[in-house]
Structures are given as structure tokens and as C-alpha cells.
Write a protein that binds this ligand. Structure first.
Ligand code: UDX
Length: 444
């Protein structure tokens, strides 16, 4: 296939959350981008203009870029898929860029699985032309990039660590309103990559590769620490009779602490915090360092999602045959991602106790294919005749729901466990329900 003069100046390996958002936003900024992925089903979906996952705004940005001819998709094995844009292509920057945005999931031991990264590096070490700059967006353990950079340098290929700080559900906004852009590598390569972000109003932190890699893990580990810390304080609230929503609000007013990531509940999930905290703990132990605080963060978080099951067992006794609804299956609102979702783990724990489980999620329900688990199409259907409901994700539709009507559909003790401390406990109590929460006074 003849390489068009308008060949993409930027190639991205990985059409997942990070790769697609990176490709869409770089295209929106005027660059020409080709996104490569080994999943042909995903490529077909994208070619049809459909984002393979729910991410507000992404559909629109992708559609614009595709229509403008600035964004294309291909399989790495397709002819010339690897050939970075010729430097002379009109509008292409002098240096072709190849982003790596493939997954680095957890291995069973908790370390970061780098096989997909290695596959791309092996390919690039053979095919990328001298002068190319490889930009690492995937989250890789500190110390990974220096070895890659040395290998690529032998072919005149540059390497920059450029960790991302995108949150699912607000990824496009986070791209353009980031607090900082972190670029680790040799100055010339870092300066070249910085030119791609000239339309983003954020400070650029220039540092070495390993420091840039550790910034990513330290940022996520600190945010996870805030969450587990506030959940520990919530446990003290349970013991002392204090209300965590009042305590956290006042603590967060200290400008040195800040209000964000101080919402107590059944803990963090998703594809990042669990994976990155485990990988940092693994790396620490592998290097002979005992990161006590981080291990405590992980242990506290694992305990939080057990709270609703323990509370129901305390109130209902044997859960076998009891009907329970899980409200919220995605790990947080504005996403359909159920990876390490507390709601899904709670459903599994209840099923293991012999409970009869229904579930509802306004977006993720379509992704539930667990045969033991009835994923209902409506909130009302999920609550019909159940003894207890657990709010596992703070979807707005649960907060604004008419709980007096919903509780009327329930039966027996009508327990509502508010796993995200977002419901009006007085309204639930007034409707004859029993309100339980995390670190808040429960219905007597
Ligand atoms: C996170 C980081 O925020 C982001 O910078 C990084 O790039 C990827 O990982 P994400 O996992 O998409 O983003 O979601 P986030 O909004 O950070 O929430 C993570 C988890 O923490 C969710 O399960 C959420 O429910 C939980 N959480 C968040 C709390 O339990 N309490 C809080 O106060 C905030």
C-alpha cells in the first residue's frame, strides 16, 4: 500500500481508555494520528464510529477527528501500519512520534504485566526509523523505561516517559485541564514531545525517566491513601457515634488537605488504583523495602467492600435465600467499567452466602454476563421484593430516586445500605426503611 503523504505523524499502540483518549485529543489539537490495536473487533467498532466503552465526550471528539481525516485505525500487522510518518509529510512534525498506550494489568503476584509493552518495543526496535521518539503512556514500574531507552538509542530512537492522569468518566476534560504534564527523558526528546501539547495550559515538569514513572505511582498511591485514611476515620466514627460526612467536610476545609478523595464508603475500585498500589507494593518488596503504609492502604480497601455483607449478616442472620439488590455495578459513576468494582465483588460475596442477588446499573448493566446474577433493566425491578438494597456506586439516579416509592417495593426489614453515603437517611427512615451507611449514624 503506498504510504500517503498525509500519513499520520503520530502512531499510538493501544485503543483502550488511554490510547483512544490520547489519539482523539491529539487529533482534536490538529495532529494526524493512527491508532493501532491487535483487537480487530475493537478496530471494526471504531471504524463504524463506535467507542468500545462508555466515556462522556469521547464519541464526539473521535467522530470529529475521523471526519476530518486526522484519525485512522489499523492492526499493527497491516501493511505499513508500523511505518511512522515520513518527516517530510505536510503538517507532520519533524520527528515522528510513537505512543505506547497498551495495558499493563496485574499479574497474580501483583506485579505489572509488561508483556504487551515488550511486544511493541520488540517491534519498534526492528521497524521504527531513526529520529522517531517513543512516548510511554502506559503505566510501567519505575526503572522500566531506562532499559528501554538504552535499547532504542542504539537505533537512534528517542524515549520519553509521559504518564497520564486521566480519570475514567472525565478523561477528555482531564486531558485539557490537567494540573501538570510530566515528561521524563533527554532534553531534546522531552522538548519535541512538549510541542505536541502546546495547546494545553498546564506546567510541564521535565525530569529523568524513572522519576516520571514514579510520579504516576506516587500520585495514585497517595490518592488511594487519602481514601483508605478517610475510611479508617469512618470506622472510628462508627465506634464513637460521630458522622464521617461532617468530619470529612471539616477536615477537607484545611487547604493543606483539601476536600477531594475524602469521601468515605466501600472503597476504591477500577483499573488503576488497585493495580498501581499492588504493583508499587510488589516493586517495593522486590527491592527489599517494606512499604508498610501502602500495604495498610490496600488492606483497608479490601475490608471496606465486606462491610455491607457483614452488616446484612448481623441484621438478617444466615443470608442463604435472602433477596438482595446491588445498586451500581460500575466501579464509579459515568463509566461502564466494572473492573475491581466493589458492587460486583459484593454480589459475588452474597452469592457465595447463598443469597438471591439482583443488580442494576444505568450504564454497566449491559455488561453483566454472570449467570448467577440477575442484572435488571430498571431500578424498580431490581428492588422488587428484596429484603435489602446496597448502593455500591453513587449514580445520580439513585440519589434523586423516590425512595419512599422504592422502599414500598421492598419487603421485610427493607434495609438500605448506603455504600457511598449519598442518600437522605431521614427520607429512608420516614418511608419505613432501615438506613445503614459507612461511618454515619444508622437507623436505630
Ligand atoms: C484514577 C486517578 O484519579 C487518575 O488520575 C489515574 O490516571 C487513573 O486512576 P479512576 O480510577 O478513573 O482515576 O477514578 P477516580 O475518580 O480516581 O476514582 C477511583 C476510585 O476511588 C473509584 O472507585 C471511586 O469510587 C473511589 N473514590 C474516589 C472513593 O472511594 N472516595 C473518594 O473520595 C474518591
Amino acid at each position: 500500500m503506498k504510504e500517503s503523504l498525509l500519513s499520520p505523524a503520530i502512531t499510538i499502540y493501544g485503543a483502550g481508555y488511554v490510547g483512544l483518549v490520547t489519539g482523539a485529543c491529539l487529533s482534536k489539537s490538529g495532529h494526524t494520528v493512527r491508532v493501532l490495536d491487535i483487537d480487530r473487533g475493537k478496530l471494526d467498532s471504531l471504524a463504524a464510529g463506535k467507542t468500545p466503552f462508555f466515556e462522556p465526550e469521547l464519541d464526539h471528539v473521535l467522530a470529529e477527528a475521523i471526519a476530518a481525516g486526522r484519525l485512522t485505525f489499523a492492526h499493527p500487522d497491516d501493511a505499513c501500519a508500523d511505518a511512522p510518518a515520513p518527516a517530510h509529510a505536510p503538517g507532520a512534525p519533524a520527528t515522528p512520534f510513537v505512543y505506547i498506550a497498551v495495558g499493563t494489568p496485574s499479574t497474580a503476584a501483583g506485579s505489572a504485566d509488561l508483556r504487551f509493552v515488550r511486544d511493541v518495543i520488540d517491534r519498534l526496535a526492528q521497524t521504527a526509523s531513526s529520529g522517531t521518539v517513543v512516548v510511554m503512556k502506559s503505566t510501567v514500574p519505575p526503572g522500566t523505561g531506562t532499559a528501554i531507552a538504552e535499547r532504542l538509542a542504539q537505533r537512534g530512537i528517542g524515549y520519553v516517559s509521559n504518564p497520564e492522569f486521566l480519570r475514567e468518566g472525565s478523561a477528555v476534560a482531564d486531558w485539557y485541564h490537567t494540573d501538570r504534564i510530566v515528561l521524563g527523558g533527554q532534553a531534546a526528546h522531552v522538548d519535541a514531545v512538549a510541542t505536541l501539547y502546546s495547546d494545553i495550559d498546564a506546567p510541564v515538569v521535565r525530569c529523568d525517566i524513572t522519576s516520571a514513572e514514579l510520579v504516576k505511582y506516587a500520585s495514585n498511591a497517595f490518592l488511594a491513601t487519602k481514601i483508605s485514611f478517610v475510611n479508617e476515620i469512618a470506622s472510628l466514627c462508627e465506634i464513637t457515634g460521630a458522622d464521617i460526612t461532617a468530619v470529612a467536610a471539616a477536615v477537607g476545609m484545611d487547604h493543606r488537605i483539601g476536600p477531594d478523595f475524602l469521601r468515605a464508603g466501600i472503597g476504591y475500585g477500577g483499573s488503576c488504583f488497585p493495580k498501581d498500589t499492588r504493583a508499587l507494593d510488589y516493586l517495593s518488596r522486590f527491592k527489599g523495602y517494606d512499604f508498610n503504609l501502602l500495604r495498610a492502604v490496600i488492606e483497608v480497601n479490601a475490608r471496606q467492600r465486606m462491610l455491607p455483607v457483614k452488616a446484612l449478616r448481623d441484621r438478617l442472620g444466615d443470608l442463604a435465600g435472602q433477596r438482595v439488590a446491588i445498586l451500581g455495578l460500575a466501579f464509579k459513576p459515568d463509566t461502564d467499567d466494572t473492573r475491581e468494582s466493589p458492587g460486583m465483588d459484593i454480589a459475588r460475596m452474597l452469592l457465595a452466602e447463598g443469597a438471591l442477588v439482583t443488580g442494576f446499573d444505568p450504564i454497566a448493566h449491559a455488561h453483566i454476563d454472570d449467570e448467577q446474577f440477575t442484572a435488571c433493566d430498571t431500578l424498580e425491578a431490581a428492588l422488587e421484593g428484596v429484603a435489602a438494597a446496597i448502593v455500591a456506586t453513587e449514580w445520580p439516579c439513585f440519589v434523586s430516586a423516590d425512595w419512599s416509592a422504592l422502599i414500598a417495593r421492598m419487603s421485610g426489614p427493607r434495609i438500605v445500605f448506603d455504600g457511598r453515603n449519598v442518600l437522605d437517611q431521614d427520607a429512608i427512615h420516614a418511608a419505613g426503611g432501615t438506613y445503614l451507611a459507612v461511618g454515619r449514624p444508622s437507623t436505630p
